[in-house]
Design a binder for this molecule. Structure first.
Ligand SMILES: Nc1ncnc2c1ncn2[C@@H]1O[C@H](COP(=O)(O)OP(=O)(O)OP(=O)(O)O)[C@@H](O)[C@H]1O
Ligand SMILES: [Mg+2]
Length: 231
């Protein structure tokens, strides 16, 4: 469904992403892993069109989207949950979701009720300000905000960062249900190996802006984890 080929990117003089290739297969969860600062978020921002690329291609269902502006990529079916959640703290839960709906590709202006089946706590807290929610609830809101646009591919950047363990389990369960019940394809950036193993079908590990190892998740062995992920 999503394919990245030979992608290069730089921030001014500093060349960060080098010949990156990555694939997310339809209906599966692909996990991009790697230590802090290797370029994971930079790659997601290139995929979303937030950052320009130097060379390479980003293909969505075979079509090259690498020159499209971010809003066209969202309309093409990419949903993005940024690192650090980035919800609007002064707006209510409902307002956060309604704001996202303004760019709905189907013209739908109603919050789909299935959102509350995935994240019941959001329905209870509709009138609460985003900034008053716990970290885990804010993450659920950030995912819900991407989901109201009914994406085909959900891209999540470290959704479990700084979140308490029981909520991490809830988020894992919600992602699994999204894949099963909504046929969602997922591209996940994650550093926690057990969490990644519990939901992903394949992995790619980045080191200094390059994919150093990749394959089916079942083939991710302890030696690779130690060499490329342990801190
Ligand atoms: N706006 C920027 N300008 C210049 N350099 C940047 C910018 N944003 C990130 N970088 C650099 O690019 C590299 C990759 O950063 P990036 O945020 O993509 O890493 P990451 O793998 O997502 O890290 P983390 O796991 O900490 O989120 C880092 O060396 C970082 O310092
Ligand atoms: Mg990052």
């Amino acid at each position: 469904m999503l394919k990245v080929e030979g992608l290069n990117q730089s921030y001014g003089e500093s060349h960060i992403l080098r010949d990156v290739r990555l694939e997310a297969r339809r209906g599966a969860c692909a996990c991009l892993m790697g230590r802090n600062g290797v370029g994971k978020t930079t790659l997601l921002q290139c995929i979303m069109g937030i950052l320009p690329i130097l060379s390479g291609r980003i293909l969505l269902n075979g079509a090259d989207i690498s020159r499209l502006p971010p809003e066209k990529r969202a309309k093409a079916g990419l949903g993005y949950v940024p690192q650090g959640r980035q919800i609007f703290p002064l707006l209510t839960v409902e307002e956060n979701m309604r704001l996202a709906l303004l760019s709905s590709r189907s013209g739908n202006r109603k919050i789909p009720s299935c959102i509350y089946s995935f994240f019941p706590v959001l329905e209870e807290m509709l009138q609460r300000r985003g900034g008053d929610l716990s970290g885990g609830q804010q993450q659920q809101l950030a995912i819900a905000r991407a989901l109201v646009l009914e994406p085909d591919l959900l891209i999540l950047d470290e959704p479990t960062e700084g979140i308490q363990p029981n909520i991490v389990q809830e988020i894992a369960a919600a992602i699994r249900r999204l894949m099963k019940e909504m046929s969602m394809t997922v591209l996940l950036v994650e550093q926690k190996v057990p969490f990644a193993r519990s939901i992903a079908d394949s992995y790619a590990i980045m080191e200094r802006g390059h994919i150093a190892a990749a394959g089916p998740m079942t083939g991710l062995d302890a030696a690779t984890v130690k060499a490329l992920l342990s801190v």
